[in-house]
Ligand binder design. Structure first.
Ligand code: SF4
Length: 699
């Protein structure tokens, strides 16, 4: 196959936020193999997904023609499992003209008869910046509301809320590769070896170079083997642990008084708050010895450069924003931010979740985090887009599902997301989707969400289109087309524009370059990144304010982007998980990802090598818990919460603490989000995927 490849295309990986650059070797409209390129984030490295995760694009189950629900199809039922053999009993093929007329016309009728709040749209963090920008513009100008969101709401929305509040910017302060310049690195609530594998290699290299790695996580990760200290804290006790560390730093006067005085506000209140959180009091709560808490706090505060990286273990709680507030406070009180090798890095999940959020695919902000309820920002976008805009923030992902239940939202347009699998309390989400009067789904496969659609628009896979993507380091990179979409499948940008026309918008875009130029005019942070520059340089870091600006890899060096220029401390207190274990549901369920599979599995489970590596749904259970159930590895286990049940295979795994079960959310046949809790963090509106009560039985 290596010799047969006849075309090489430079692009980026479609999976995680590390943003590895790669070269497709293409032959006969198939990707024969992939090589790592010398990009700023990966320097030639790729993980197993980046090497083997592309044959999904040629999978026989690709959608290749528009589908329309048959007039005589039985009523939609959210509790019906998808049956691929019955698809053509439910749908019929249609021309693009007919499908677009039905898709856009149905949404326009609901808007005109029930008001602008009757519609909502979910875009995708897998799409390009240009697709995200156009999708949110379509919702805001065509639907007439701000009811637009995407999977950032399920990912780092709480981190974003805390960062915007405390620092004034939602993006990372330092790139991952700065770990090489750090004396101390804290990785908390993140498992980079699985979820950001190439980033994990930079951390491992840093450890080899002398960086002291502190891993804090209820689940023991591969990185913890290399850790100078591993703190296996009790699930749900993040604030107790972090406040105790801050207590030590205050009590032992390890704070950076000059930094606090010159660059922050609100410190006195934080100091008062953490006074109650001594390590001795918190140790029994978080399960970490007081002396270890003291040691790690001293190490972090007194090193020349300390950096914090975190993941969903921090963000996916009802106290996710509080968890992130504590991390921000740690960095601010010690002055460990604004220099190389320091700072705050929430590791972004999807390959373009940073860019999609930057482009305004969120209900409370226009592009570049300009608030919809800020009259000056709204006036700017009204001028740019030529229409009056709704001043009210829109509904978030989970709120939309509840609004459907209440009969407020009646129609949706979902592009490249699969809420029937990814939303918490998925049975409720599926019932909501089934209750919609009109659901349009744009995707590459018949997902569990598409199964409930009225119109399905066949879209392009990642290697079938060109666009820009922004990685976790704020690097805007170029993804280039290598394949032609199959059959009548069309590129997403074309579909969005055609949908906009059916909603009454007079849109004409020649391609992603023209969209990106419009984005530059409305987004000061990328004003210096022209499409030509991106094509030439492959990757440019923002903020990049003018054409000659090299971009800023490390930010907050002199001030913070808040009105006062100062960062703000926000104290946090302990708030318990929404649903605690009890006699009926004695175990804690933690959900997440596996190395080989991505999110709801629609791509990686159709990639032959990846699917062969992890083919079946599994629950990772502590060996002693499994023995207590009378079970052995490989036995079928039924997991049940108050909201649903699934059956999967038991895998003995002592990386989880006793009493906790870890389940990946990529398996449709054991859709674990049927069990998860839709309780939300009040600030980020993120659901509590990392904690709910379940019981396990054999068989
Ligand atoms: Fe792709 Fe992330 Fe793996 Fe890099 S680390 S190859 S971006 S999945």
């Amino acid at each position: 196959a290596l010799a047969e490849a006849d075309q090489q295309v430079a692009s980026v990986c479609p999976y995680c936020g590390v943003g590895c650059q790669l070269t497709y070797h293409v032959s006969d409209n198939r990707i024969a193999h992939v090589e790592g390129r010398d990009g700023p984030a990966n320097h030639g490295r790729l993980c197993v997904k980046g090497r083997y995760g592309f044959d999904y694009a040629n999978h026989p189950q690709r959608l290749t023609v528009p589908l329309v629900r048959r007039a005589d199809a039985p009523p939609k039922r959210g509790d019906a499992e998808m049956d691929p053999s019955r698809v053509m009993e439910l749908f019929r093929e249609a021309s693009w003209d007919e499908a677009l007329a039905l898709a856009g016309g149905g949404l326009a009728r609901l808007r005109d008869s029930h008001g602008k709040g009757a519609l909502a749209g979910f875009g995708s963090a897998k799409g390009s910046n240009e697709e995200a920008y156009l999708f949110q513009k379509l919702v805001r100008t065509g639907f007439g509301s701000n009811n637009v969101d995407h999977c950032t709401r399920l990912c780092h929305a709480s981190s974003v809320a805390a960062l915007l509040e405390g620092i004034g910017s939602a993006a990372v302060s330092n790139p991952v590769r700065d770990v090489a310049k750090a004396e101390v690195v804290i990785v908390i609530g993140a498992n980079p070896s699985v979820n950001h594998p190439v980033a994990a290699t930079w951390i491992k290299n840093a450890v080899r170079g002398g960086t002291r790695l502190i891993v804090c996580d209820p689940r023991r990760s591969e990185l913890s083997r290399l850790a100078h200290r591993y703190l296996q804290f009790t699930p749900d006790t993040d604030v107790a642990l972090l406040n105790a560390m801050m207590h030590v730093i205050v009590a032992e006067d390890l704070v950076d008084r000059d930094f606090i005085a010159a660059r922050t506000v609100g410190y006195a209140e934080l100091e008062r708050n953490v006074a109650a959180y001594s390590p001795e009091l918190m140790a029994p709560i978080c399960g970490v010895p007081a002396e270890t808490i003291r040691y790690v706090a001293r190490l972090y505060a007194s090193s020349k450069a300390s950096m914090i990286l975190w993941g969903m273990g921090i963000s996916q709680h009802v106290h996710g924003t509080d968890n992130a507030r504590c991390l921000i406070a740690l960095a601010l009180m010690t002055g460990q931010i604004g220099r190389p090798g320091t700072g705050l890095h929430p590791l972004r999940g999807q390959n373009n979740v940073q860019g999609a959020s930057d482009a305004g695919l969120i209900p409370m902000m226009y592009p570049d985090y300009q608030r919809v309820d800020n009259p000056a920002a709204r006036a700017r976008f009204e001028r740019a887009w030529g229409v009056a805009l709704d001043p009210r923030p829109g509904l978030t992902v989970v709120e939309v599902m509840h609004a459907i239940t209440r009969g407020e939202v009646r129609g949706m347009y979902i592009m490249g997301e699969n809420p029937a699998m990814s939303d918490p309390d998925a049975n409720h989400a599926r019932a909501s989707l089934a209750a919609l009067q009109h659901l349009v789904v744009q995707d590459i496969f018949l997902t569990e969400t598409a199964y409930l659609a009225d119109v399905i628009l066949p879209a392009s896979a990642f290697p079938e289109k060109t666009g820009s993507f922004t990685n976790t380091d704020r690097l805007v990179q170029m993804g280039r087309q290598a394949l032609q979409p199959p059959g009548q499948a069309r590129q997403d940008l074309w579909i969005i524009v055609e949908m906009a026309k059916r909603l009454g918008l007079d849109w004409r875009y020649s391609g992603p370059a023209e969209v990106f130029e419009e984005m530059r005019r409305t987004m000061p942070s990328i004003a210096g990144i022209s499409w030509e520059r991106l094509e030439r340089e492959h990757a440019v870091t923002y903020p990049c304010l003018h054409e000659g600006d090299p971009g800023e890899a490390v930010v907050f060096t002199a001030s913070f982007p808040r009105e006062t220029g100062r960062a703000r401390f926000v104290p946090a207190d302990i708030i318990p998980a929404d649903e605690r274990p009890d006699a009926d549901y004695p175990l804690v369920l933690i959900t997440g990802r596996q190395l080989e599979h991505w999110h709801t599995g629609s791509m990686t489970r159709r990639s032959a090598v990846l699917d062969a590596l992890e083919p079946d749904p599994v629950a990772l259970v502590h060996p002693l818990d499994l023995a207590a159930l009378g079970g052995r590895p490989g036995d079928v286990l039924t997991l049940e919460s108050r909201r649903g049940r699934v059956a999967l295979y038991a895998r003995a795994d002592d990386s989880s603490p006793r009493g906790a079960v870890f389940v990946p959310f990529c398996y449709y046949e054991a859709a674990i989000n049927k069990l998860t809790n839709a309780a939300l963090d009040p600030f980020g509106k993120i659901p509590e995927f990392k904690y709910c009560a379940v019981r396990a039985t054999l068989g």
